[in-house]
Write a protein that binds this ligand. Structure first.
Ligand SMILES: *Cc1c(COP(=O)(O)O)cnc(C)c1O
Length: 379
């Protein structure tokens, strides 16, 4: 089954009671037994729920994984994955990963003895050098947030595989529509479903997709033990959002490309970061591992010409907000907003400046979006 068909159909037709075409929501904490030891596969919603199963089957199929677990937030998924490790274990990851991931690694899991190297993962030699005997996990995020740097999945995963190190790819930015980490040998794919997977900015959630049943079994145990599974209502919303994933991603990308080209030609914009532009320095890698460029971009605003406090208030359609991947366009200032929790030194090291602006391009009409930017960039 192809992705567009799968996103509409997989996991969905489960209701035999009234033949509902869409998946019913089962808002129950517990399920009755027909007799001790005899139930219909569910006993307690923290451990399992039919609406959640529908979503998990759907997402597993989209990524091409052996199974999936969905969690109450993306950070819950990431947190649960880190419990595969124990004190003393070492993780290699990028120095420009999502701010919340950086925070839980550097300031929460570091405190219980897990060690992290935050490096430039575009440099395969640096990856090789960072790996040491205690390295148990390599954590890849590509494209990176907010500067859209591309990590060579094939290259990094090969290095990790040689040493039997578990590889995780955060695929939030492109979604399985534009990128399939399992094709490059990843062991685990993780998502903040809050973003493109749900796509409507009305729910928070996460997903962990497994390449094999053994990892799935261990993770399902952890997710149930930690209590981070997703509520049936939220699962239903994500399942509803997913059905238009392909159509939304195409629309996000078409608008993003138009806006990136517009910004690149604007005299008050110093630089644009978008994988769909020829100016992106990693063309070969983009061709090799991405089926599209997505809807995220960043740019450097010439704040001497257009101060931030004049730019943002003029925008009508771009909402000043964190998060991304929804149908409405969002814009934000990573330095003081999404990435502030990293601390100034780490933000600087990742290449961001006080002039970096991140845009999550929505699916509105691109002419309206560009007119909005024209007005705000007048200075
Ligand atoms: C938002 C995000 C997360 C965290 O997900 P939440 O749903 O906000 O908890 C993790 N990784 C990336 C790349 C994200 O954009």
């Amino acid at each position: 089954m192809k992705l567009r068909t799968s996103s509409v159909h997989t996991g969905v037709y489960k209701d035999k009671t009234f033949n509902s075409v869409t998946t019913p929501i089962y808002p129950t904490s517990t399920f009755y037994f027909d007799a001790p030891g005899k139930n219909k596969g569910y006993d307690y919603t923290r451990s399992g729920n039919p609406t959640r199963t529908a979503l998990e089957e759907n997402i597993a199929a989209l990524e091409g994984g052996a199974g999936c677990s969905v969690t109450c937030t993306g950070m819950a998924a990431i947190t649960a994955l880190l419990f595969l490790l124990k004190p003393g274990d070492h993780v290699v990851t990028g120095d420009d990963i999502y701010g919340g991931t950086y925070r839980v690694f550097a300031y929460v899991f570091s405190n219980i003895g897990i060690k992290f190297s935050f490096i430039n993962m575009r440099d395969l030699k640096a990856v090789e050098k960072a790996i040491r005997p205690g390295t148990k996990m390599v954590w890849i995020e590509t494209p990176s947030n907010p500067l859209l740097n591309i990590v060579d999945m094939d290259g990094v995963i090969k290095i990790a595989k040689k040493k039997d190190i578990l590889t995780v790819v955060d695929n939030t930015f492109l979604s399985p529509y534009f990128q399939k980490p399992f094709e490059f040998g990843a062991d685990i794919v993780v998502h903040s479903t809050t973003k493109y997977i749900n796509g409507h900015s009305d729910v928070v959630g996460g997903a962990i997709i497994y390449s094999d049943k053994k990892i799935e079994e261990r993770m399902r145990y952890l997710i149930n033990a930690l209590g981070v599974s997703e509520s049936p209502f939220d699962c239903w919303l994500v399942l509803r959002g997913l059905k238009t994933l392909a159509q939304r991603m195409e629309a996000h990308q078409a608008n993003a490309l138009a806006i990136a080209k517009f910004l690149e030609g604007h005299k008050h914009v110093k630089k644009v970061y978008y994988p769909g532009l020829k100016s992106h320095p990693q063309q070969d890698l983009i061709k090799k591992q991405m089926k599209g460029f997505g809807g995220m971009m960043a740019f450097e605003l010439d704040t001497k010409k257009v101060p931030l406090d004049q730019f943002f208030p003029k925008l009508k359609y771009f909402c000043l907000a964190e998060s991304l991947g929804g149908v409405e366009s969002l814009i934000e200032h990573p330095w003081s907003m999404s990435h502030a929790s990293m601390g100034e030194a780490a933000i600087k090291a990742s290449g961001m400046t006080k002039e970096t602006i991140r845009v999550s391009v929505g699916i509105e009409d691109s002419e309206d979006l560009i007119a909005d930017l024209v007005n705000a960039l007048k200075g």
